[in-house]
Ligand binder design. Structure first.
Ligand SMILES: Cc1ncc(COP(=O)(O)O)c(C=O)c1O
Length: 394
């Protein structure tokens, strides 16, 4: 029986798809040590440059004292929020989020993964339907799998396909939820929210939007793509995460007060897990408020991403999307692994992205730019990669 597992790992390795853990150390801004060398971190989700910024974190810890160490900086909630793990800090954070987004209610989850596997199964049952963008994140897929509702996937950002599915199936089901990311995590492209809102209104559905890769980056206040596209008030279920631009862990759902109460009673990933530690709640509140004023960082990140995309195109490399997530399509799994290693030799920290994370035949680099990078940091990425590609294709 043991052979099954070792054989399977050997097969993964042979096909260039073995995943491994990689210890990294000495984070410093957008640089980090890997294999004993400092590299430009092109793989992180620290989009606003907060996780690598000592000053911001020193500012946070500077308010710690004897009196608040346990309530605000404590390391363990010690039970579920429904037992003794709840705190005024959790409610204060929810209130700030709710008010800033102009929504009726907010509910925290321990991570985006917890949110995505805990919301749909709690809200939908066997007479309901989920319509999900084909490129939605694995956590949304897992949420659908845990849910008794039926699910169907529409082609990526193909809203005519979605409309067709709604025409065919809406009447057959009690409740229908359309689910989409706003910024797609592996392709860096963006959903058309006005179109999704129009469809959910036309067909009397709910719209569930995962803003994991948009929080902190879009809209005047950095509230995400729904703010940027003027659709905030129309999103029924808006999920944001603290794990990416906000350099933390945790997630929040903005919804109606009724749905919040319903989820507190039915969402298993909220009920049956230990609450976030006090220090995480306090940091999440601190950094969310700081982030609202980071418009300069948002602006410089946009310019940086446009520059890199242009340089990739100038070097005949295929890229897509329009955000700070810049995919470079390579196709072949093994080529992607070999090229990533070559780029690491040049001190670019790039890991290959392969199936099953992305669809078959679309292995790629997912270059992730952060606001603390300078023009000089990204100036040679495209030409260095193009040089390697020429060498490996000989
Ligand atoms: C679109 C999307 N949603 C949710 C998640 C999960 O968020 P978390 O890392 O907070 O669990 C991710 C993580 O990569 C993601 O890309």
């Amino acid at each position: 029986m043991k052979d099954y597992y070792s054989d399977s790992l050997l097969q993964l390795a042979a096909s260039g798809r073995l995943r491994t853990l990689k210890p990294l150390s000495d984070r410093n801004g957008c640089r980090i040590f890997y294999k004993g060398r400092e590299m430009l971190n092109l793989t992180s989700n620290d989009y606003l440059g907060v996780a690598g910024n000592k000053q911001i974190q020193q500012k946070f810890y500077s308010t710690m004292n004897e009196g608040n160490i346990l309530d605000n900086f404590g390391l363990g909630a010690a039970s579920s929020r429904l037992l003794t793990g709840d705190s005024p800090n959790a409610h204060n954070l929810e209130e700030t989020l709710r008010r800033t987004y102009g929504k009726e209610a907010c509910l925290l989850f321990n991570s985006g993964y917890h949110a995505n596997i805990g919301i749909l199964p709690a809200l939908l049952g066997k007479n309901d339907l989920i319509l999900s963008d084909k490129l939605n994140h694995a956590s949304i897929m897992d949420g659908m799998r845990l849910c008794k509702a039926e699910h169907k996937r529409f082609r990526h950002c193909d809203y005519d396909h979605l409309a067709g599915l709604l025409e065919s199936y809406r009447k057959t089901f009690d409740r229908v939820v359309i689910v989409s990311e706003s910024v797609f995590s592996m392709d860096g492209d963006v959903a058309e929210l006005a179109t999704l809102v129009a469809l959910k209104d036309q067909f009397d559905c709910m719209l569930y939007l995962d803003e994991a890769h948009a929080i902190g980056l879009y809209g005047t206040l950095g509230l995400g793509m729904a703010e940027e596209q003027g659709q905030l008030q129309h999103i029924d279920l808006l999920v944001g995460t603290f794990g990416k631009a906000l350099a933390s862990v945790g997630a929040f759902l903005l919804c109606s007060a009724t749905l919040r109460e319903y989820l507190i009673n039915h969402s298993r990933s909220l009920i049956f897990t230990t609450a976030l530690p006090p220090v995480v709640l306090f940091w999440n509140h601190f950094i969310f408020k700081e982030m609202l004023s980071y418009s300069e960082r948002r602006g410089s990140l946009k310019i940086l991403a446009n520059t890199l995309r242009q340089k990739l195109r100038d070097n005949n490399l295929i890229t897509a999307g329009s955000t700070n997530i810049v995919p470079v399509m390579l196709g072949d799994d093994t080529l992607t692994v070999v090229l990533a290693e070559a780029m690491q030799e040049m001190r670019y920290l790039i890991f290959p992205v392969r199936p099953p994370t992305v669809p078959q035949g679309t292995s790629r680099f997912r270059l992730s730019l952060t606001a603390d990078m300078q023009d000089a940091d990204i100036a040679s990425i495209a030409s260095d990669l193009a040089d390697f590609m020429k060498r490996f294709h000989k």
